[in-house]
Write a protein that binds this ligand. Structure first.
Ligand code: IPM
Ligand code: MN
Length: 364
């Protein structure tokens, strides 16, 4: 039994998760996958009404009684910045110890990229973003706040343990991609800033070199500074196979990655605990888009691909081939639908949310 907790959230979140759940229902019926779904109330809406984001008991319940979490989007304009981010998204990532943020950058057939003369052959890599350390830890403080002599610090944390477990996952991902497609999978690129961040990123570089040399001699290693990486992602995205990077840099370069792969309408992500101890969280990269909420305008593809990823990743973690197959079926159905929108912008498709999802369901 696969127990899925759904955090529909705010804005377009609930609308798009509904479509991902329809895809799940269809493949599960086909393959005989047993699952249960329960909706949870965590949202900016709840915060406005109850001044509450999530209680300790609710968090423990998610941890103990679900196998995967499917998240739409949280946040509304009347909730102050940081409340939902720190109070829900980051809290779940930290407390569930979801140390990998898995973000494929793949240009599906027919999806428009702003890059000239680039196709799916050129844009097909995955970014492994460390998800529990770095500038996201919330370590820092103020001195003399609000005075002309104010000081604010925000510390960048890198632990050998945190870096090693992220690197290991990245090397393994590279190896398994290599198995699936020997022509493509071959190289792991570390993206950091060793020339300036001479402590934290020195640790990253040493750990990368040591682990690569000792345990993954079959994987080619490459290092790029993050600024150069931004340039290459635009000019020569075909250079990349698997990128491993820090939390903050990963946040930034994966928005760039989403842009070159067709935008927020198609970008999916997973916050993973590869050990399988905690439920992983799967979510489209896009936000709650309050400006188009409730108008049946949101593109459900990113949420449907996030459902595909939920099944593929949970299946891999549990060694359940049927789940992986269910995820693969959804992803394949999406790739048969995207060519119909060739030449269109994927952020806002000229077709209602449900009809786009219907096309995917028909392919299933
Ligand atoms: C993301 C988001 C989050 C992040 C925010 C909402 C906390 O931008 O998932 O990329 O910075 O990680
Ligand atoms: Mn982000």
């Amino acid at each position: 039994m696969l127990r899925i907790a759904v955090i529909g959230g705010d804005g377009i979140g609930p609308e798009v998760t509904v479509q991902g759940l329809r895809a799940l229902e269809k493949v599960a019926g086909k393959l005989g996958v047993q699952y249960s779904v329960r909706q949870t109330p965590f949202s900016g809406e709840r915060y406005i009404k109850e001044k509450l984001v999530i209680t300790d008991e609710e968090l423990a319940d998610l941890r103990n009684n679900s196998d995967a979490i499917y998240l739409g989007a949280v946040g509304r304009p009347d909730v102050p910045p940081g409340v939902m981010e720190r109070g829900l998204l980051l809290r779940l990532r930290f407390e569930l110890d979801l140390f990998i943020n898995y973000r494929p950058v793949r240009l599906y057939p027919g999806v428009q990229t702003p890059l000239a003369n680039k196709t799916g052959e050129h844009i097909d890599f995955v970014v492994i973003r460390e998800n529990t350390e770095d500038l996201y830890c919330g370590v820092g403080g103020f001195l003399r706040r609000g005075t002309p002599n104010e000081v604010a610090t925000q510390e960048m944390i890198a632990t050998r343990f945190g870096v090693d477990r992220c690197l290991r996952y990245a090397f393994e991902t590279c190896r398994s991609r290599n198995k699936q497609n020997p022509a493509k999978g071959k190289k792991l690129t570390l993206v950091a800033k060793t020339n300036v961040l001479t402590f934290a990123h020195d640790l990253w570089m040493r750990a990368f070199t040591e682990m690569g040399t000792k345990e993954y001699p079959d994987i080619q290693r490459e290092y790029h500074h993050v600024d150069a990486c931004c340039m290459y992602m635009v000019a020569k995205p075909e250079m990349y196979d698997v990128i491993v990077t820090t939390n903050m840099f990963g946040d930034i370069i994966t928005d760039l990655g989403a842009a070159i792969a067709g935008g927020m309408g198609v970008a999916a992500s997973g916050n993973l605990d590869p050990t399988g101890k905690s439920p992983s969280i799967f979510e489209p990269i896009h936000g709650s888009a309050p400006d188009i909420a409730g108008q049946n305008k949101a593109n459900p593809i990113a949420a449907m691909l996030s459902m595909a990823m939920l099944l593929q990743q949970t299946g891999t973690a549990r060694k359940d081939a049927k789940l992986v197959q269910a995820g693969d079926l959804i992803e394949a159905a999406v790739t048969r639908v995207t060519p119909r929108f060739a030449g269109k912008t994927f952020d806002r498709l000229p077709m209602p949310t449900k009809e786009v999802a219907d096309l995917v369901l028909a392919e299933l």
